[in-house]
Structures are given as structure tokens and as C-alpha cells.
Design a protein around this ligand. Structure first.
Ligand code: ATP
Ligand code: MG
Length: 200
């Protein structure tokens, strides 16, 4: 095939692709808040949630965060985002991977959920990040229908992000976007320690 013919074919293909994409862009004209779920067993769910919160704050919008698992380590993103006026609630006592006290865990989950519910009723908050919320449903600390209803009834322009593995069907059913982060490899399985500034 001659070079000019190759070039022409390439141009025709690109033109066709452009037309398809333009058509899709023209059809996507609804404006509303998105409910995004970041799930799956791979690494990157929480960081993607915080990345979106940062994106939102970077445009002068307002974000709020509830972390449903009390981490063993400080949270690097919190150190930055709180300084930028992002409201944070971290489950103060109770649920960590280590606790076995169901009553204490449930009380902590309910307290954090109260904060989340307030955020989900506040139209001045553009984005609510509910980090690791999925576990609260897996462990039956919160009622899936109540959580799904609060998300469905939020202000129409508000975005919500839920992260965590094994997300409950009640939330998957009402989500607009679901991304599953697949685990192909993880350094931890080769005995490499989680490190500050990279894992937390
Ligand atoms: P990150 O906070 O890095 O975005 P994540 O939110 O996707 O990770 P979680 O399931 O919340 O992942 O796990 C939190 C911690 O566990 C992180 O320190 C992360 O590096 C680690 N982790 C994530 N995925 C895996 C995996 N597949 N195997 C082992 N450890 C993992
Ligand atoms: Mg996470």
C-alpha cells in the first residue's frame, strides 16, 4: 500500500471515530450529580475517591468526607484536604480490622452514618466521599435500604462516591458509574510493607 493511501485510510477512520464520539457527546446533555462506586479487590479505590475530591476542591467547589474505617495510620489526603476546608469525619472509635466488639462497632458506624446523612442533605456540598462504606453493609452495621434511600434523595446536583470491596447490590442498583479495580498484582503479596505517602 502506498504511503498516501495509508494516510487517507487513517484519516477516514479517524473522521468516523470523531463523528461517533461527537454524536455521543451531543446525546449526553443531562446535568445531574453522579453516584460513583469504586469497588473490587485491587489497589486504587480510596486514592481515586480522594483524587476526585481534590479535583472538585481545585475548581472552588466544596467536598466532604466520611471514613468508615479507623485506619491504623494517619491519612495523607486528610492532612491536605482539611487545610482546604474539606469537612472530615473519621470513625473515631470502634471499627478497625482488629476489633471484635460488634456493639461498639455498630455504634461507631451509626455515628459516622449520621454525619454522612447530614452531608447528603446539604446542597452546599458538591461532593460527598464515603470511604470504605461497603464494609458497614457487609457486616450488617447499617441498613442497605436506608443508605440507598439517603443517597437517592440527596440534592440533585450533588456527587457521591462510595469506596470499598464487595459493594452491596442495593447500592450497585442505584449507581450511575461503577468502576471495579481488579487485583492483578500487589506488592504486599511479595512481602513489601505498606509505606507512608504511597499507601496511606
Ligand atoms: P488505596 O487506599 O491505596 O487506594 P484501596 O482503597 O483500593 O487502596 P483498600 O481495600 O481500601 O484498597 O485497602 C487499603 C490498604 O490495603 C492500602 O494500604 C492498600 O495498599 C492495601 N491493598 C489494596 N489492595 C490490596 C491487595 N489487593 N492486596 C493487598 N493489599 C492491598
Ligand atoms: Mg480503600
Amino acid at each position: 500500500m502506498k504511503e498516501t493511501e495509508k494516510k487517507q485510510r487513517h484519516q477516514a477512520r479517524q473522521q468516523k471515530l470523531k463523528e461517533t464520539v461527537d454524536q455521543k457527546i451531543a446525546l449526553a446533555n443531562k446535568e445531574q450529580g453522579i453516584f460513583l462506586i469504586l469497588t473490587g479487590n485491587g489497589k486504587g479505590k480510596t486514592t481515586a475517591g480522594f483524587g476526585t475530591a481534590l479535583r472538585c476542591v481545585g475548581h472552588g467547589q466544596s467536598a466532604a468526607v466520611v471514613q468508615f474505617i479507623k485506619g491504623q495510620w494517619p491519612c495523607g489526603e486528610r492532612n491536605v484536604l482539611e487545610k482546604l476546608g474539606v469537612r472530615f469525619h473519621v470513625m473515631a472509635t470502634g471499627f478497625t480490622w482488629n476489633t471484635q466488639d460488634k456493639e461498639l462497632d455498630t455504634a461507631a458506624a451509626i455515628l459516622a452514618w449520621q454525619e454522612a446523612k447530614e452531608m447528603l442533605q446539604d446542597p452546599t456540598i458538591d461532593l460527598v466521599l464515603l470511604d470504605e462504606l461497603t464494609y458497614m453493609l457487609s457486616y450488617h452495621y447499617l441498613d442497605p435500604t436506608e443508605v440507598a434511600n439517603a443517597i437517592s434523595n440527596r440534592p440533585p446536583m450533588q456527587h457521591v462516591i462510595v469506596t470499598g470491596r464487595a459493594c452491596h447490590r442495593a447500592l450497585l442498583d442505584i449507581a450511575d458509574t461503577i468502576s471495579e479495580v481488579k487485583d492483578q498484582k500487589h506488592a504486599f503479596n511479595d512481602g513489601i510493607k505498606a509505606s507512608i505517602g504511597f499507601d496511606y
